[in-house]
Ligand binder design. Structure first.
Ligand code: HEC
Length: 158
């Protein structure tokens, strides 16, 4: 009886663990809502970069650009949290442009935002220094040598 009870408990724990795993992706987070939130966050990142470019062209004031890029650094640093498994283009073709490689080489993907964050930090320093010309060039570099470092291997343009 003791033995039987033991194995029942183990089986129960296994079922609970598996059940929780499935619920974690499917029920608690609706995959389509995850995709929408992720794409909105990406668009916001684009807006932040546009604010820096705007500052370089005299259309956006310094404080606004500084706040936008400070926020951007925080967002990009945590962007991989927006990619739970089961929310990519394999499962949602035409809805998501997140390539399957994200989840097959997760460790590599997890490191991908570092390039963007490094470029964003340079951008923030230049905004603070008020060097508009350099901010213009660094806004472009942040996209080319930052965002695109992740987009090229991991994003399919929709
Ligand atoms: C760690 C990887 C990664 C980084 C870093 C990253 N992106 Fe993305 N981005 C993606 C992926 C993957 C998608 C596709 C997401 C989807 O459709 O589910 C995407 C999609 C987008 C989109 C399209 C959103 C839409 O509505 O479909 C924009 C705009 C974008 N990113 C802007 C940026 C900008 C600007 C930066 C840099 C400041 C950036 N991204 C940094 C991975 C990244």
């Amino acid at each position: 009886m003791k033995r039987l009870l033991g194995s029942t408990i183990i089986a129960g724990a296994l079922v609970a663990a598996l059940g929780w795993g499935a619920a974690n992706v499917a029920a608690e987070q609706d995959p389509k809502a995850v995709i929408k939130d992720r794409q909105d966050t990406m668009k916001a990142q684009g807006k932040a970069l546009a604010a820096a470019k705007g500052f370089s062209e005299g259309r956006v004031d310094q404080a606004t650009a500084e706040a936008a890029i400070s926020d951007l650094i925080k967002t990009t640093s945590r962007i991989v949290d927006k990619f739970p498994p089961g929310t990519g283009m394999a499962e949602f073709p035409g809805v998501s442009g997140a390539k399957p490689a994200i989840w097959t080489e997760w460790d590599k993907f997890k490191a991908a935002p570092q390039a963007a964050v490094a470029q964003e930090q340079k951008l923030l320093a230049l905004i603070k220094a008020g060097d508009k010309q350099a901010v213009g060039a660094q806004s472009a570099a942040t996209w080319d040598d930052g965002c695109q470092v992740c987009h090229k291997p991991y994003r399919e343009k929709l």
